[in-house]
Structures are given as C-alpha cells and as structure tokens.
Design a protein around this ligand. Structure first.
Ligand code: SF4
Length: 338
C-alpha cells in the first residue's frame, strides 16, 4: 500500500529479489505475476513534504527486525513497505501478518506478494503470541493475507492466534484486521473469530464503491460493509473499525457517502490515509491530499457520529493503534455515561 523502503539485502534474504541486484522488473514479476504484463503507471517520485519520512536506522528498529527474523514471522509493516516502519519499530510496534506471506487476491494498491499461498504453519499462533509477549505491548494488531483457498478463509487460525495471545499476555488487547471472507458463510467465520474475543475487529473498505472494479477487483463493497455490520450484531461489545485510502481518484462526496454507509453498519472508528503507489505495476496516485483536506474529513466524520477518527497523510490502520484504543474506550464510556 505504500512506498518501498526495504534494502536489496533484506529482500534477498526474504527471497524477493533475484541474485544480481535489485531489478525492479524482476522483483515486481516475482511478487506480482498477475501484474507482470500490465503497462507501467508512472510513479510520482516527488512527494510533498508532508509525506517525507526518515530512513529507519534506530537501535529499537534493529531489535524489532531481529525478533521478527528469529521467529520467522511476517509483518505487514515490511510486506506492504509501510512508510511508518522507522517510527513504529523503534517503539516495538509491529503488525503481524498471519496465514503466510502470499495472498490469493491481486488488489491494484497492495504490495503484498500474490500467488500460490503457503501451507499453514501450525506453530504460527504460538509464535505470534511469544513475539507479542517479548515486545511487551499493551495492544497488538494482527492482520493476514487473503486465503480464498481455505474453507474458512483462515478464521480458525485467526481465532487460535487471538486465544494464544490472550493466554501468553493476559493484559494485552488484540486488534484484528481481517479479509472479507467472501463466499465463506457456511463456515461461519465471524462466529469462529469472535469466540476468541478480539477487542477490536477491523476490516478496511479501502476505497469508494465506484473504484472497486479497478482497485479491489476480487472484493465486493457490500460484502465488506456486511461483515462489519454482522460483527456488531453478533457481539456489540466488540469495537469495529474500518479504513479508507484517499488519493485514488475518489470525490469528496463519495468519501462522505462511505462514511454514512459505515455509520449505518454501526462502525466505531474510521481511519483515512494517503494512498502511495508501491511499484509502476500498481494503480497510480491520482492526487496528493493535503493535510488540511484530511482535517476536513476528520471533522466531517466526527460530525457523522464515529467514536474515533484518525485522518492524516500517514495514517494507516495500525498506526498508533494502542494509543487510539485507549481513546476509543474512553469515547465509548463517555457516550454511555450521557
Ligand atoms: S503503521 Fe502499522 S503497518 Fe505501518 S509500520 Fe506502523 S504498525 Fe507497521
């Protein structure tokens, strides 16, 4: 979803770059075979000042990286090339990506590798729980690749991971960022996951419905909206959260319509951030949205009744998720006390 920062050496270690150096064409083809024959979209290298971030060099960053390598865990921070990785990993904030590192979907915005997915690692739930305990976090975010190949879309694996974290770190709250479980109704994936009691259930709508056929071709807008609504109906105590990327060519009216749709689904927390194009094979950036426009979205969203809104150029679903969870709980308590 964002700019690539990882070094050539790191990518070689993770088998993402062939020997011989960083050949963007080859690297993109390996990670995104379905996009290999698409024409290139020019990447807007010159970014506005508000999107510039420092290269990650701190001791905390290096320690977090070593921990992930040691336990052979995937993070969306690296896989998606998140621009906040220097800041987050310095504070030991990482978002684990479970169910393997290869996705069965091929969204036009996402830099996670696509292809034949990995075999499920039965030790992953426990390893994620051990890493969570080692990082010593009060709040952890777990996401995954899409697993359309699994009968339950990976719901049971999510449930086991949440249960293991609660077991190893009873004081840690768990936020999950899930796929849409399209065509998995018979497996009752939401009921399976909610039995493990995640504190926050996040599913990103990503963009406005008009852009789904080009940006999220494997997904359906109303399926995504429906699962957020169902989570709230199944367990009203669970906080629900969703996110949008802007700068893909959407209009302000369309964003406001999505806000209304999310409120109809009783979603508590909305995040809005700038889309950044990972490679020439991904959807181009249509606009760099200014910080003032993000502030305006924030104001409008609060006006529509969200308990929490995070809207800024570098906002990502999991950015500052722990601090935001504390504010989210306080906002609910305040609302209930009225
Ligand atoms: S914002 Fe989220 S994905 Fe990005 S580095 Fe921080 S924890 Fe990782």
């Amino acid at each position: 979803m964002t700019q690539q920062i990882s070094s050539v050496e790191e990518k070689k270690q993770r088998n993402q770059v062939p020997d011989g150096g960083l050949n963007h064409d080859n690297a993109d083809r390996m990670r995104h075979p379905e996009k290999a024959h698409k024409p290139d979209n020019e990447v807007r290298r010159k970014k506005p000042d508000w999107l510039r971030v420092k290269a990650p060099t701190s001791k905390g960053y290096a320690e977090t990286k070593n921990l992930m390598r040691g336990l052979k865990l995937n993070t969306v921070c690296e896989e998606a090339g998140c621009p906040n990785i220097g800041e987050c990993w310095d504070k030991k904030h990482a978002t684990f990506m479970i169910l393997g590192s290869v996705c069965t979907r091929a969204c036009a915005f996402c830099n996670v590798a696509t292809g034949l997915p990995d075999k499920l690692d039965p030790h992953e739930p426990e390893n994620v729980a051990k890493a969570t305990a080692e990082l010593g976090l009060n709040h952890i975010v777990i996401t995954s690749v899409d697993r359309d190949d699994l009968d339950d879309g990976g719901a049971e694996h999510f449930a086991r991971t949440i249960a293991q974290i609660h077991l190893h770190s009873p004081g840690t709250t768990v936020e999950i960022l899930t796929p849409d479980f399209k065509n998995k109704d018979d497996a009752k994936p939401l009921e399976t996951i909610l039995k493990s009691k995640p504190e926050v259930f996040n599913h990103n709508l990503e963009t406005v419905p008009r852009l789904y056929p080009t940006i999220r071709p494997g997904a359906r807008y109303f399926q995504s909206l429906r699962i957020l609504h169902e989570v709230k109906q199944l367990d009203p105590s669970t906080f629900t959260k969703s996110g949008l990327m802007v700068g893909l060519g959407e209009t302000k009216q369309e964003v406001m319509q999505v806000m209304d749709d999310l409120r109809s689904a009783d979603v508590d927390f909305l995040t809005i951030g700038q889309y950044l194009q990972p490679t020439p094979k991904h959807a181009p950036v249509a606009d760099f949205i200014t910080p003032e426009e993000f502030k305006s979205y924030e104001k409008i969203a609060y006006g529509k009744g969200f308990l929490m809104v995070s809207s800024s150029p570098l906002t990502r679903s999991s950015h500052h998720a722990g601090d935001d969870f504390v504010k989210l709980k306080a906002a609910r308590e305040k609302k209930l006390s009225k």
